[in-house]
Design a protein around this ligand. Structure first.
Ligand code: GLC
Length: 734
């Protein structure tokens, strides 16, 4: 009997001891407690000063990124109570030094979250996002983002300021390179793929990071393609064009959003309660944090929207911007605003909850430090993923006389400033990409054609800003000896990206002159383009028999480019953005609305109406015959569904990948709709001679409805057309 009593007593003692120990650990530090309870528990322990510092983002580290230059000892000067820093160092050491101070020298031990612009790769730089969209392969893009997440987290970055999902229809705007093109549906699909790649199913995992949907919202509508400026966006256009990718990203579980620089029809995005709170939080239920763009809170003063820093802070925080990037405006003004009763501490509390929630969900309280072991960068499989993305992103725009793939050529002249370049092939926002990681075009062509053709190289000219034609003589001599000329021309990587708007989107004059001189030799010319935006090729296109748009492919694009020229690779990329015939046509995009007059009126009298290369353009070495669209029903009710299918036959002798784009057209709607709207796409390999059936499972409400200027979905009875290529079938909604 005694033995049992003693045992029971001991057990009770153990339980009480464990419970006492558990009680001694504050709830917010208990990993087994629900996140919301941890947030609440921590928040109630915080002082106003501690709360305000959590809403500030500073800078830490140093690299050559013009945006983020910092002294290397900053980890000792940044407050350990700060909410977040933009972390630009190449390894976790500085991060861990600051984090150690945050965990051990502060009263509550709240970890810092470290963000960075990992836009298309951390060290394994894959193609620029605009190129990635031209793969029409979301799974591949998800894999690229997963590689970026893994390299980032292992290097001390918990949070990437990506994906950029601003719809852009004006290639004068440098940031067109950072997004997924002109179409809301396409960008929505890639937004979700990127979020899944970055965050996975558990963003606390050591190879995942928080994603950031940016720049919320409408930044791509920047007037005349200038950066940071006013954007005239009606509520209708806001809802039917600029918001859909963000709704998709939020649905995909994005943990953060970045507020934009632009002024949305009078209310700057960073002080816009309608977008930041009414839409993002109340309509979509977003629970993550909103970070401002760089100094964007302070810039409300420049935008004639705030009288001073305190006013700017009050407007931004009240609108829904939780974390203030780099201008210290919240840090400098919020306490006084509370003291003056101009700001309720409840508003601060809600912002702090969102910041803490992200930190808990990233697992930073349990794992605040990055293991100080060499990160697995540039692994063979990571580089292979980057190469696959480059391969599938390249778009064969022109191939007159089937000059490509090259056949029976004895001598190839590689000419142009891009042939031996490396850094510029990576494009802008190169994070920790290194020029030494880039395989250049000359090396790749030598590998590709070694033993098959003689290669000569001549630079020909510089990128731009010169009338020096002294290199032409050597280039022309090389061309005259060769059977074919590969002209490698394009842009510097900083001609696109932030603050990189250009009033001309043509190739620079000296490059155009070189191309004309090469064409004048009478030899076939293949133009390889390395650029980050649609170019005005109106004065170049006639001087090239073939044009391969290779974009800025990252570190592993040269082999695919050489492989497409040789025929080892069958090109499969298609444009996710329109190439205008000339800059005068801008804005020009496929999903425009019909004009009042019939097509031969109201357009330019001096230039063609159509673009040079429309959205969806892209040639293959295979040839594909499309069957007619087959519908499972031609009458449906509003809650209905139907299946549309089309057969595609590869009539060539080459296996080839084809992307089928499914559009809908609603000719009569209470809100007039675009001439057609992409609603589904599917890319698949079709073997030579094979016929493959592509299917679009249509949900009437999802795929046929439209959105009005209040964000309400509208679906009206009447006829809707389903379009694939030039095939069109009618469905009647009853
Ligand atoms: C920049 C960019 C934004 C970037 C941020 C941090 O100004 O607009 O895209 O994420 O600042 O570098």
């Amino acid at each position: 009997m005694n033995r049992r009593l003693i045992t029971t007593a001991l057990l009770i003692l153990c339980v009480l001891t464990l419970q006492a120990k558990k009680d001694a650990v504050p709830l917010y530090k208990r990993a087994d407690a629900p996140v919301e309870k941890r947030v609440q528990d921590l928040l109630k322990r915080m002082t106003l000063e501690e709360k305000i510092l959590q809403l500030s983002q500073g800078l830490l580290g140093g690299n050559d990124n013009a945006n983020n230059i910092m002294p290397d000892d900053a980890s000792m000067t940044v407050s350990p109570m700060i909410g977040s820093v933009i972390y630009t160092s190449t390894g976790p050491q500085q991060r861990n030094a600051l984090q150690k101070r945050a965990m051990e020298e502060t009263r509550l031990g709240i970890p810092v979250v470290f963000g960075y612009d990992v836009i298309h790769g951390y060290r394994t730089i894959y193609p620029v996002p605009l190129a990635c969209a031209c793969t029409w392969n979301p799974e591949l893009v998800r894999r690229c983002c997963s590689v970026a997440a893994s390299e980032s987290r292992a290097s001390g970055v918990d949070w990437t300021f990506s994906p950029m999902i601003d719809i852009a229809r004006d290639p004068r705007w440098g940031r067109v390179v950072e997004g997924y093109g002109e179409d809301p549906y396409t960008t929505s699909v890639f937004a979700a793929a990127a979020v899944k790649g970055y965050q996975g199913d558990n963003p606390a995992a050591p190879d995942k990071v928080a994603a950031c949907l940016k720049h919320f919202v409408g930044y791509g509508a920047s007037e005349a393609g200038r950066d940071y400026v006013y954007t005239e966006i009606s509520d209708q256009t806001l809802w039917d064009t600029y918001l859909p990718p963000y709704e998709a990203g939020v649905k995909a579980g994005a943990m953060t959003v970045m507020s934009a620089f632009n002024n949305i029809s009078g209310i700057p995005a960073t002080a816009n309660r309608y977008t930041l709170t009414d839409i993002l939080r109340r309509m979509w239920g977003f629970k993550g944090l909103v970070v401002s763009d760089w100094d964007a809170v302070f810039q409300l003063i420049h935008q004639n929207h705030a009288s001073d820093k305190a006013d700017a802070a009050l407007k931004a925080l009240s609108a829904g911007v939780d974390l203030d990037m780099t201008d210290n405006v919240y840090q400098d003004t919020l306490e006084q605003l509370v003291k003056e009763k101009r700001l309720s501490e409840d508003v601060i509390d809600e912002a702090v909850r969102r910041v803490l929630r992200v930190k808990f969900e990233l697992g930073l309280f349990e794992n605040p430090f990055t293991p100080d072991t060499p990160a697995a960068l540039l692994t063979p499989e990571s580089v292979k993923t980057a190469e696959s993305a480059a391969e599938e992103s390249m778009v064969l725009l022109k191939n007159e006389g089937g000059i490509l793939p090259l056949k029976n050529v004895g001598e190839i002249a590689l000419i142009g400033p891009l042939v031996t370049d490396d850094f510029n092939l990576m494009g802008p926002w190169t994070a920790h990409g290194q020029s030494s990681d880039v395989k250049g075009l000359l090396e790749a062509f030598k590998e590709e054609f070694g033993g098959k053709a003689e290669l000569t190289y001549a630079r020909g000219c510089e990128y731009s800003g010169t009338t020096d034609r002294s290199g032409f003589t050597e280039a022309i001599a090389a061309a005259q000896k060769a059977d074919v000329i590969i002209a490698c021309l394009g842009e510097y990587n900083n001609w696109t990206g932030e603050n990189a708007s250009r009033a001309s989107i043509q190739l620079p004059p000296i490059q155009r002159e070189l191309l004309e001189a090469l064409d004048a030799t009478g030899k076939p010319v293949v133009l390889l383009l390395v650029n980050g935006r649609p170019l005005d090729l109106s004065q170049a296109i006639e001087h090239a028999d073939a044009v391969l748009e290779m974009w800025q492919p990252g570190i592993a694009g040269s082999r695919p480019a050489a492989g497409i020229v040789s025929g080892r690779i069958n090109p499969s990329g298609k444009l996710a953005i329109t190439f205008p015939f000339t800059i005068g046509q801008i804005p020009i995009y496929y999903n425009r609305r019909s004009p009042a007059r019939d097509p031969n009126q109201g357009y330019y009298q001096d230039y063609p109406v159509e673009p040079l290369f429309p959205f969806g353009s892209g040639l293959s070495y295979s040839s594909f015959d499309y069957g007619n669209i087959v519908l499972s029903a031609d009458r449906v009710d509003k809650d209905g569904a139907l299946e549309a299918s089309v057969t595609v036959k590869n009539t060539s002798e080459r296996d080839g990948m084809e992307t089928v784009h499914w559009y809908i057209q609603d000719p009569v709607c209470s809100v007039s709709r675009p001439v057609k709207e992409l609603k589904h796409f599917e890319k698949a390999m079709i073997k030579a001679g094979e016929t493959r059936t592509f299917t679009f499972d249509i949900n009437v409400k999802r795929d046929f409805s439209f959105v009005d200027r209040h964000g309400s979905k509208i679906l009206e009875k009447g006829d809707v057309y389903i379009i694939v290529k030039d095939r069109k079938e009618k469905v009647t909604i009853e």
